[in-house]
Design a protein around this ligand. Structure first.
Ligand code: DGL
Length: 265
């Protein structure tokens, strides 16, 4: 590979930008195509069959159009369901985003963690298998949030969202006696790429301090390892943002920092 590699980052909406920004920082030599399947957002409200029928053929079209060297599925709701199908159908390497249960359980001191994801992600057999294989005796509380991804989209788009609505989604993650820091939940896995967009608010509203696990830096390291050595001499490469709805989003200035300041085509 002598030209700038193309990395396609895919999510149902704007959440995958939290993964993109880490990958951009790790691979400034790459060209980035971000695809938000907003025409089908939110994935968390769709059945497994609907998501499979949507994402597998759509990915074939995107690979045909953009010819990426690597695809990041920056969506837990999709990755926990379609990753194996995508790998079977297409030869391009895929990196997925799945709940970071293993590192969370390894780090928890109270042996009590929560996994905050969409209703789809917490129901998946894939997620249950991660708990069976990697919980290491920790108590794992699965919290399926119906609205947090939509709230994150609204906030990033500059609309007001209320603390009360965010807290309603967050509260079930906090298990145990608030007064006993040796046994209450001490770690929350952000198992939806939208949620780090709200991290400041999550930290402020949490009933007690916890460690928030965002897998994006680990995903970026994996992407960089798969791509191999950096390409020398690439002036800052270009980037494009695609919404499957073709809507006029008017988010240019908001999106640019996630792309490391690149102007968006
Ligand atoms: N960002 C997605 C995830 O990581 C899901 C949001 C949605 O479409 O429901 O799960």
């Amino acid at each position: 590979m002598t030209n700038s590699p193309t990395i396609l980052v895919f999510d149902s909406g704007l959440g995958g930008l939290t993964v993109l920004r880490e990958v951009v920082a790790a691979r400034p030599d790459a060209h980035f195509t971000y695809v938000a399947d907003d025409a089908f957002f939110p994935y968390g409200h769709h059945s497994e069959d609907e998501i499979i029928a949507r994402v597998v053929p759509l990915m074939g079209e995107l690979i045909g159009t953009h010819d990426p060297d690597l695809v990041v599925i920056a969506c837990n709701t999709a990755s926990t369901l379609v990753l194996s199908r995508l790998r079977a159908a297409y030869s391009v390497p895929f990196v997925g985003t799945v709940p970071a249960i293993k590192p969370a359980c390894a780090r928890s001191k109270t042996r009590r963690i929560s996994v905050l994801g969409t209703k789809g992600t917490v129901k998946r057999e894939y997620t249950k298998a991660l708990i069976r294989d990697f919980a290491l005796g920790c108590e794992v509380t699965l919290v399926g949030s119906p609205e947090l991804a939509s709230l994150a989209e609204r906030e990033l788009s500059g609309q007001a969202i209320s603390d009360r609505d965010v807290l309603a989604e967050l509260t079930p993650c906090f298990v145990g006696d608030a007064a006993d820091s040796t046994s209450r939940t001490d770690t929350v896995v952000l198992a939806c790429t939208h949620y780090p967009l709200l991290l400041d608010r999550l930290v402020r509203l949490a009933p007690w301090p916890v460690e928030w696990i965002d897998p994006a830096p680990a995903i970026a390291r994996r992407v960089s390892d798969l791509l191999g050595p950096h390409i020398d001499g690439v002036a800052q490469s270009s980037a494009e943002m695609i919404f499957t709805s073709n809507r006029a989003h008017g988010l240019g200035a908001i999106l640019t920092p996630f792309f490391g300041g690149r102007a968006l085509a």
